[in-house]
Design a protein around this ligand. Structure first.
Ligand code: HEC
Ligand code: HEC
Length: 526
């Protein structure tokens, strides 16, 4: 059973190949999963009662999680498996030993590849487990105590030097992992959970997703967009997808591709939008889809996506989501089944309905000069959800993300640059004195040295270029730079500054961006 890894294929290449595989449907000639388990896994994994296999049958995880485990079998243990067989297995294992939607709540950012997320786990979990990879990688698995313990043993066996590293050499890591973390993890993330049983029996059939979906999105550096995604069946749990939309500035956003559904709700799409391959990682449940859509080669370039199936009744978004007291503006409501006159709350008047369909209502709004600053619940008939911010002046500007990592790249190497992409969020002060989010505003952008060290090393000059009107930062080339002190690379430590104009008054916000080296190891779950 044990064979050598195909020569010339590095672990990271394999991970990339594996990731593409996850988003594309398996071929028709696919072998049955049980046969594959028997023929390719059973050589190392012992058969148990009830058709089970040691280790494999005692864990539940996401499609990405299963993919990573099998990819590890390939890179570390010499498993040989065809791409088609691996696809079949990932699909089967994610369907039969997956996570219920509620079990992924709060940690979907890792699947959606929001790599600038600052995680909030308890100190012990962060220090013991969240220092090499995300805490989400842990939170996206379910196992009994014995399997958590084996995982700990595997970590120390595979990477014995972990005990000498920071946050290990100051403690008895192995002892604490076994005696403290294992019981904690088994309690927090148990294999048996009523939510999973319930989901398995209640999950809707995949064809419930076929139809037209009205969507709304936001792309940092570009703004809001909306449109229709058409989903048609193309085999069992696989779909053809076409996307037709528009950015707020009127420019089109079109493309098509395919998608596959894991675990009854884990939607993974692969669409080419205006020539660029993008991945969709959505939770698709009932009449709602939500998640993120990002470029395959640049996961930092992506948009928040929310959609409602046409025929259902849902109000998704108000674009733009703010209005200045004493002013008039056009806003668009996006959703499905929108009928009746929209209401925007106290002090906001609908001057004119410019356009109305079940998916879109465009209205001209006027806010009274004395309208109270704060959030208004927006309603259309009985539908509610989004809010409109009314403001009289901007109180503060926040750079989002507040802390981020960009990466140098190219420069003759094969690793692309990882850009910084920012939004300037305006905040107001409500009548109660509490801050509230007004929304994303156009801004003028620049970077500055974060500290004296960065100033002395001229990081601003070398680390990359900020596009002043979009907030898109493109890092410098990878590799040593002879123009820098000691020919160091183009890394840098920068402040990101956004200036927003509010009736002639400029307000600034500040974020922090580290420009660092390439990410060599880039698995599906960070
Ligand atoms: C050549 C031997 C070998 C083959 C073949 C093999 N495995 Fe493994 N597997 C191992 C070893 C060794 C471990 C324990 C160390 C580890 O987790 O990497 C393991 C552990 C696992 C685990 C537990 C991982 C964890 O995080 O606890 C899973 C799941 C798994 N294998 C799945 C599979 C599947 C699915 C196949 C067939 C496609 C397979 N393995 C084939 C050797 C193998
Ligand atoms: C020294 C760094 C390090 C520490 C500390 C660490 N991990 Fe990991 N962990 C790794 C690496 C590397 C992998 C990736 C293996 C692979 O390529 O699949 C991994 C993989 C995993 C996986 C996925 C395994 C699978 O196949 O499903 C889980 C779950 C996990 N770690 C949990 C933990 C937990 C829980 C802790 C704390 C008790 C922890 N890790 C601490 C480095 C670390």
């Amino acid at each position: 059973m044990k064979r050598k890894l195909r020569s010339g294929m590095s672990a990271s290449l394999l991970a990339v190949a594996a990731c593409i595989a996850l988003h594309s449907p398996h071929s028709l000639a696919a072998r049955d999963a049980q046969t594959i388990l028997k023929e390719t896994c059973q050589g190392c994994h012992t058969p148990e009662a009830d058709n089970a296999l040691s280790r494999i049958s005692h864990q539940r995880k996401t499609p990405e999680g299963w993919l990573m485990s099998i990819a590890r079998m390939q890179t570390m243990h010499g498993l040989q498996i065809s791409d088609d067989d691996r696809r079949t297995l990932v699909k089967y294992l994610a369907d039969t030993q997956g996570l219920a939607p509620s079990e992924t709540d709060g940690v979907r950012y890792a699947l959606e590849r929001r790599l600038n997320t600052v995680e909030h786990f308890d100190d012990q979990t962060s220090q013991m487990c969240g220092r090499c990879h995300s805490g989400a990688r842990v939170a996206l698995q379910r196992r009994p105590a014995q399997e958590w313990e084996r995982l700990v043993n595997f970590h120390l066996g595979q990477w014995p030097s972990l005990e000498y590293q920071a946050l290990s050499r100051d403690r008895d890591w192995f002892d604490m992992a076994r005696k403290e973390m294992v019981p904690l993890l088994a309690k927090r993330y148990p294999l048996d959970n009523p939510a999973w049983k319930k989901w398995q029996s209640a999950a809707p059939k995949a064809d419930a997703l076929v139809g037209d979906w009205s969507f709304s999105g936001h792309l940092p550096g570009k703004g809001e967009l909306a449109g229709v995604m058409t989903v048609s069946a193309d085999g069992s749990d696989t779909f053809k997808v076409s996307v037709k939309g528009r950015y707020a500035d009127g420019s089109p956003f079109n493309g098509d591709g395919s998608a596959i559904l894991y675990t009854g709700y884990e939607w993974r799409g692969n669409v080419t939008i205006d020539g660029v391959t993008m991945r969709q990682v959505f939770a698709a449940q009932g009449n709602a889809m939500q998640g993120r859509m990002f470029e395959a080669e640049h996961d930092e370039r992506g948009l928040d996506f929310v959609a409602a199936r046409q025929g259902s009744n849902r109000l998704l978004a108000v674009q733009p989501g703010y209005l200045k007291a004493g002013s008039e503006t056009e806003v668009t409501l996006i959703g499905s089944g929108l009928t009746g006159k929209p209401n925007f709350g106290k002090g906001v008047e609908v001057v004119e309905v410019v356009e109305q369909s079940p998916e879109r209502i465009k209205v001209k709004l006027k806010a009274a000069a004395n309208a109270q600053p704060g959030l208004r619940a927006v309603t259309v008939g009985t539908l509610k959800g989004p809010s409109l911010s009314v403001y009289s002046k901007i109180d503060a500007v926040k750079v989002v993300p507040e802390f981020s990592v960009a990466r140098i790249g190219e420069g003759g190497g094969s690793t692309p640059k990882v850009q910084g992409r920012f939004d300037a969020e305006a905040w107001g002060k409500g009548a109660d004195g509490k801050p509230y989010r007004i929304g994303v505003f156009p801004a003028q952008w620049k970077v500055e040295a974060f500290d004296d060290r960065a100033k002395e090393d001229e990081d601003v000059k070398f680390a990359g270029t900020m596009q002043a009107d979009t907030g898109v930062f493109t890092p410098g080339d990878a590799g040593p730079n002879p123009a820098r002190k000691m020919s160091t690379n183009n890394a840098g430590n920068l402040k990101v500054i956004a200036a927003v104009d509010d009736a002639g008054k400029s307000l600034t916000g500040e974020g922090h961006m580290i420009v660092t080296v390439q990410r060599w190891n880039n698995p599906p779950i960070p």
